[in-house]
Design a binder for this molecule. Structure first.
Ligand SMILES: [Zn+2]
Length: 243
């Protein structure tokens, strides 16, 4: 696969060891155009960047080398990792995003992404549970790459994780209320998956549940724990244990 190198200055002075790379974080650009996104990601004033950018035709740009710390995740955490720029590789996908007209990701774009992810996962031995979206690691601030991102397709190529539940079962349990006593268990399962949640605020919990839904239950993102959510979380944990 051809990769075009374009220089972005938005990375830490100090290099990192390859061993410190533990996560892949997927983003969308959320801007009007590819051109605008490239300019922003390479502008020293913007102070944002990512290691890779993939356009809608599947063309791949490398902006930052893997052993440099790019500025893509911001305040973030996942499982035991915090401030994830240090430990992650950031991949931006060109998409206007929720503010400017969110569209499906293009086939060629996803197929390039899968190729890159496969290489990176192999090279840095990245665990399935550590292939995540920006919204997963910063649920209170971010919603990218959003509910149109095809996590299931990636998982079918062994990138990231997906559940085992049958569609009929899921639709049956969608919106089915769960009693109060199951909620702490579900929140605990979210933590085991990797979501970090240390707040007592109801609004923060709701956002974290939404991040989970955006990733694993895109049909309904309402921040409410229903029976479908419980089943999905359980199934994911089971898969993680066996992976
Ligand atoms: Zn992002």
């Amino acid at each position: 696969m051809k990769i075009k190198n374009i220089y972005s200055p938005n990375f830490n002075q100090r290099k990192r060891s390859y061993k410190s790379i533990k996560l892949l974080i997927i983003h969308y650009t959320g801007m009007q155009s590819e051109r605008e996104s490239l300019i922003r990601l390479c502008n020293p004033k913007s102070k944002v960047s990512s290691h890779f950018l993939i356009n809608q035709k599947g063309k791949v740009y490398r902006l930052i080398q893997d052993n440099q710390i790019a500025w893509h995740a911001g305040i973030s955490s996942w499982a035991k990792y915090k401030n994830l720029n240090r430990n992650s590789i950031g991949i931006e996908l060109v998409n206007k995003g929720h503010s400017f007209g969110y569209t499906n990701f293009k086939k060629k774009q996803i197929s390039s992404l899968i190729k890159i992810c496969k290489k990176l996962v192999k090279k840095y031995k990245i665990k399935k549970k550590n292939v995540v979206g920006h919204s997963d690691v910063a649920p209170l601030r971010k919603i990218d790459p959003g509910e149109k991102f095809p996590w299931k397709d990636l998982a079918s190529k062994k990138i990231g994780i997906w559940h085992n539940c049958k569609t009929e079962l899921l639709t049956k349990y969608r919106r089915v209320k769960v009693s109060q006593k199951f909620k702490p268990k579900f929140i605990n399962n979210l933590k085991k998956i990797g979501y970090n949640f240390n707040s007592n605020k109801k609004a923060d919990l709701k956002k974290t549940i939404k991040a989970f839904q955006r990733h694993y239950r895109k049909e309904l993102i309402n921040g409410v724990i229903d029976k479908e959510c419980l089943i999905i979380a359980k199934s994911i944990l089971k898969k993680l244990k066996n992976s």
